[in-house]
Design a protein around this ligand. Structure first.
Ligand code: PGA
Length: 262
């Protein structure tokens, strides 16, 4: 596990993009697991800048998104496919056919979930999974109480998430009640995981997820079981961590011994 704390949101976004660039240099056909929400926007902006100004090449990259609402067409402004096109895919040279978002309009949603898992497996698995964290500790749409072994499936959203997301819709009743989401087990299969969080409002949940007990109540806490997880936090999001001095110490000293982590 690694906890990287930087002063601002922009700093963690840049740091994350640098890590992805470094991995792409070693593996140009990287398999990226991508997230939506406000957290990864800075990361995507920086990747777009690197593509435009530094010729970062996505032509061989494949991507899989974590989740999608059920019942929104791909060009609905609140669909996650639309979000990804607008904020990343339309501005880099990734091939659209190599970008996969669960199809929330599929006739057979259960078959779509199985197919999604199969496509990830066939692609060779996810190299880098990007995650945000919800205020209730969820990752993707794995709400509190989700099975820690869950796979891609149809999920009923909690009232809290519907309320949180209603700010993007005209009326609360327009927020979809269901989503397709990669499960906790699917996310844990990724070779490396990078969870980003910023701002004071994420401070409490970050402390519980990283340093509290592993529980389905805070689904992000399962990441403690992953051998290669990195948390990229701004100072506000890291402010409630008990061991933050130790994490800083590790970060400052890691260049001395290759591969040193907490
Ligand atoms: P946010 O959402 O990035 O908009 O804070 C995170 C999440 O719900 O996973």
């Amino acid at each position: 596990m690694e906890v990287i704390v930087r002063k601002t949101y922009e700093d963690i976004s840049r740091e994350g993009a640098k890590i992805i660039r470094k991995k792409m240099a070693k593996k140009p056909d990287l398999i990226l697991g991508l997230a939506t929400g406000s957290t990864p926007l800075g990361l995507y902006k920086e990747l777009v800048r690197m593509h435009k100004e530094e010729e970062l090449d996505f032509s061989q990259v494949k991507s899989f998104n974590l989740d999608e609402y059920v019942g929104l067409v791909p060009d609905h402004p609140q669909s996650y496919r639309y979000f990804m096109n607008e904020n990343l895919f339309d501005h880099i040279n990734i091939k659209k056919e190599n970008t996969r978002v669960p199809d929330g309009m599929a006739n057979d949603l259960e078959a779509e979930c199985l197919q999604y898992e199969e496509e990830i497996r066939k692609a060779g698995g996810i190299d880098i999974q990007v995650l945000g964290i919800g205020s209730d500790g969820h990752i993707a749409f794995n709400e509190p109480g989700s099975s820690l072994g869950s796979r891609t499936r149809i999920k009923t959203l909690t009232k809290q998430t519907i309320e949180d997301n209603s700010r993007f819709f005209e009326k609360e009743k327009d927020v979809p009640r269901f989503a397709l989401t990669m499960g906790i087990g699917s996310i844990m299969d990724s070779r490396s995981i990078f969870l980003f969080a910023d701002g004071e409002r994420k401070g409490d949940v970050i402390a519980v997820a990283i340093e509290g007990p592993i529980t389905a109540d805070i689904t992000a806490s399962i990441l403690q079981m992953h051998p290669r997880v990195t948390y990229l936090l701004d100072e506000a999001a890291a402010s409630k961590l008990k061991r933050r001095d130790y994490y800083r110490w590790v970060d400052e000293n890691k260049a001395k011994v290759k591969g040193a982590t907490t």
